[in-house]
Ligand binder design. Structure first.
Ligand code: ATP
Length: 143
């Protein structure tokens, strides 16, 4: 089986509500998977631009880019394509500016604003939980 490289970009978009930090998570696969918004980097687009666009498309929310959070890596296979993917995803931190989660992508089952600690527990993938923990550290350092 051949291995193909894939590169995506995603975002942690946050807001403050009553002194608490909330982040937007998306659910997929009939609400069985909770994850951060992300997607492929298109031709001619920077990683940051892709992260912003994908965050907006999937959650319905516009944000101001603050900084990079981290890079995660995983492998997965597609039997249909007879390929193994070696995937890298760069995550960025966005401060919520405008938009509504009701405007989320039809490919996403739902979007929820969750308190950051609750969101860390809810995320399906360990690497994304680590991304959100890093985002939390960055945000509390800023306060
Ligand atoms: P993208 O959102 O980048 O366009 P996609 O929706 O096509 O990507 P992925 O979300 O990468 O695809 O999912 C492909 C496979 O990898 C699925 O089986 C998914 O469960 C798994 N997967 C997704 N994220 C992770 C992760 N952080 N760690 C491990 N496996 C993951």
């Amino acid at each position: 089986m051949k291995t193909k490289k894939q590169h995506s970009a995603g975002g942690v978009i946050f807001r403050e509500r009553g002194g608490r930090i909330e982040v937007a998570l998306i659910s997929r696969n009939n609400h069985t998977i909770w994850c951060l918004p992300k997607g492929n980097i298109e031709k001619g687009e920077s990683v940051e631009e892709a992260a912003k666009r994908e965050t907006k498309e999937e959650t319905g929310l516009d944000g101001e880019l603050l900084q990079k959070i981290n890079t995660i890596h995983y492998f997965y296979s597609s039997k249909k394509e007879n390929l193994r993917f070696s995937k890298t995803v760069d995550f960025f931190l966005f401060r919520y500016l405008k938009g509504d989660i009701k405007e989320h992508d039809w490919e996403v089952d739902s979007v929820e604003w969750l308190e950051i600690e609750e969101a860390i527990k809810k995320l399906t993938y360990k690497s994304e939980r680590e991304t959100l923990k890093k985002a939390e550290e960055i945000l509390y350092r800023k306060e």
